[in-house]
Design a protein around this ligand. Structure first.
Ligand code: ADP
Ligand code: GLC
Length: 495
């Protein structure tokens, strides 16, 4: 094998330590596969309150205790701790940057009381960004690649090209910036600029200035050596207009040649119905009937009557506009006239939490809802439902539809981003289809797709062949991890 690469993977969430969405799944699975391929990859994240030292066997790194990190005219102290992400096949080192004042709170980005972003999110992630580089300097570990993820880490790209440009340790380091969701950009008022530690010349249109504010995702995009997004279709969508680019479409267009869409994979060990310990009964494409035990358990859990012949639709989602809940709201009463059941697990915006709670009360025998975050229940829904609904307005990649395919739970999706890249329509292509796809973001098209799914469900043979096809699709990380390695190697060759 050629010389192994050293890669620092910088992210704001990683399972099992901290998770709000798919970024956490990706940030654990991709580094583990890259490690299996023989590279030295390490992860660094903030140490939130939920990251328990005892539970995760986290220990202090003595020489990295109380590092002074400037934040505007203040100097805060950050300490670095360490643990490992271990699987049967690999062991990846994880560093945590801790600061009591900034990270010791219940939620990662949002104040659960106000449901608004923490007002000091600029401080929290600017401190983290600088802390990451200071950690590397003190460790003396020289990364070939620093792989950044989403706005929380974008500042690092700009720091490396300016304040830290003369550091010998980073002389040959290249930066990859991955966009997981262009809707969240880390926009802060220009008054926060001095806290970035960047020279004033960077506050400009082709720097991180954005309509008079600062935009940390833009910092990542402008200063990275390569940009990736999490599916090929999303890579095209984000430069197509405001609907997907959220004001950064011009930057995405400008950076199109440096941008590549690499489809996320799924953790094939964690999401495997043959060995999943969080479901009622394991099953496989060869033992499909055993899936029914999960449907029974799911109905029981939500106090719904169990009937093998009634299609049960599952949803596991952040309750956010992105995910298409206004379509569900618009069509709820019409959907309820159909012979189906609906089970939803999610948390997020209050208006959707209220909508779903009302629906459950109104349609007691047909709708089950759990508001909250529950990893085990997410697995049971994937295993127990017949279909999985994901009518997203936009979906950079989406992992749940891949989990659904793997669990033989046919997805009903809108044709956008990663959903378009992973699900094929069964009505159009009965021999290859694995789900139900609709084009336009409107209630009528979603409703038609659900009706098509219900009609197909009645043809048991056709349905079972589609389930088997879906379960045999390969969405493991192997192919995509190789694409990241190729990209790392390509940019390392560039001057
Ligand atoms: P996004 O990152 O946009 O939320 P993804 O489909 O990429 O969407 O990933 C979502 C991940 O979060 C999946 O692993 C899903 O199972 C999980 N998830 C979302 N909401 C919940 C919830 N309420 N409880 C448990 N898991 C959830
Ligand atoms: C974001 C996107 C989601 C994607 C995930 C992981 O949260 O909304 O579509 O799967 O990141 O890349």
């Amino acid at each position: 094998m050629a010389k192994p690469l050293s890669i620092l993977f910088v992210t704001s969430e990683v399972i099992p330590f901290a998770k709000t969405g798919g970024l956490a799944d990706v940030s654990a699975a991709l580094p583990q596969v890259i490690r299996e391929l023989g590279h030295d990859i390490r992860i660094i994240i903030p140490k939130y309150a939920a990251v328990s030292d005892r539970k995760f066997k986290i220990h202090d790194i003595k020489r990295l205790t109380d590092m002074p990190i400037p934040l505007g005219d203040r100097v805060l102290l950050g300490s670095v701790k360490s643990s490992f992400l271990t699987s049967i096949k690999s062991k990846v080192q994880v560093y945590f940057i801790s600061n009591q004042e900034l990270y010791c709170r219940s939620d990662l980005y949002i104040d659960p009381k106000t449901k608004q972003a923490w007002p000091d999110n600029d401080d929290r992630f600017m401190f983290f960004s600088r802390g990451v580089l200071e950690t590397m300097l003190r460790l003396g570990w020289k990364p070939d690649i620093i792989h950044l993820n989403d706005w929380q880490t974008g500042l690092i790209a700009a720091l490396l090209k300016t304040e830290y440009a003369d550091e010998p340790l980073f002389k040959n380091t290249k930066v990859v910036f991955t966009v997981h969701n262009a809707a969240f950009q880390g926009v802060f008022p220009k008054e926060s600029f001095p806290k970035t530690g960047l020279p004033p010349k960077v506050f400009k249109t082709d720097g991180l200035e954005f309509h008079g504010d600062i935009n940390l995702m833009k910092a990542g995009l402008m200063y990275a050596d390569a940009i990736t997004t999490v599916s090929p279709t999303y890579a095209k969508e984000i430069r197509s207009g405001k609907e997907y680019g959220f004001g950064l479409e011009g930057v995405f267009k400008k950076k199109a040649r440096r941008t590549v869409g690499i489809l996320n994979g799924m953790d094939a060990q964690l999401w495997n119905p043959e060995v999943d310990t969080m479901i009622a009964q394991t099953y496989s494409a060869e033992k499909l009937d055993r899936k029914q035990e999960n449907k029974k358990a799911l109905c029981e859990r939500f106090h719904l009557p169990y009937d093998q012949t009634i299609p049960l639709i599952g949803v596991v989602s952040r309750l956010a506009e992105q995910k298409g809940f206004d379509l569900i709201e618009e069509k709820l009463d019409e959907l309820m006239k159909l012979d189906l059941q609906l089970v939803v697990l999610g948390s997020g915006e209050k208006r959707y939490e209220d909508l779903l709670t009302r629906a459950m009360k109104k349609y007691k025998k047909k709708v089950g809802v759990h508001i909250g975050f529950d990893e085990a229940l997410a697995h049971l829904i994937e295993a127990g439902a017949d279909m999985f609904l994901m009518p997203s307005k936009y979906e950079p990649c989406g992992l749940n539809q891949m989990y659904s395919l793997r669990y033989g739970t046919l997805p009903i999706v809108r044709s956008t981003g990663g959903l378009a890249d992973t699900v094929e329509d069964l009505t159009d292509r009965p021999k290859v289809g694995t789900g139900f796809v609709f084009e336009k973001y409107n209630g009528r098209q979603m409703f038609d797709a659900v009706k098509r799914a219900i009609a197909a469900f009645e043809d048991k043979n056709c349905w079972q062949s589609a389930m088997k096809r879906a379960m045999q699709k390969d969405f493991s990380w192997d192919a995509s991890a190789e694409k990241y390695i190729d990209l790392y190697k390509k940019i390392l060759k560039q001057k």
